[in-house]
Design a protein around this ligand. Structure first.
Ligand SMILES: [Zn+2]
Length: 138
């Protein structure tokens, strides 16, 4: 029997799924594909929801990404002043960490923008029926 229970908003966000049906993927490739980690589907493969709802919509994700980076900076600064590690290796580690987590940071910024700050709302009907039947239920 197929699962008819839609995932909640948090698990759809963590799984980077469509905010309308919570079933179709947002991104075409996994985050570790460094060549195309930012390539998104124009429309949800399951329900057909357009992701970029207006031109330049994803520019707003830049602010969320900035908040993530600032958060990591504050964590690093707190760690530095608590333990006083050698400065140069610590700064090199911190810069490497920010660069290595960049794909995850940018992808979750876009996902958060779509799930929390866009007018796209969840639809149980879109989850159950969709437009295309190519995404298997998990
Ligand atoms: Zn969808």
């Amino acid at each position: 029997m197929p699962n008819t229970q839609a995932p909640n908003k948090f698990s759809a966000l963590v799984g980077q799924k469509c905010p309308h049906c919570r079933r179709g993927p947002l991104f075409c490739f996994p985050w570790y594909n460094l060549k195309s980690f930012l390539k998104m589907y124009e429309h949800c493969p399951h329900c057909g929801q357009q992701y970029e709802i207006e031109p330049g919509f994803f520019w707003g994700a830049m602010y969320i990404s900035y908040a993530f980076t600032t958060g990591w900076f504050l964590v690093g600064l707190t760690f530095y002043f608590m333990y006083w590690p050698p400065m140069v290796p610590f700064i090199l580690f911190y810069i490497s960490f920010i660069i290595l987590t960049l794909p995850i940071n940018v992808r979750y910024s876009r996902t958060i923008l779509l799930h929390l700050l866009s007018p796209i709302k969840f639809s149980k009907q879109a989850f159950l029926e969709g437009k295309m039947k190519d995404v298997p239920l998990k």
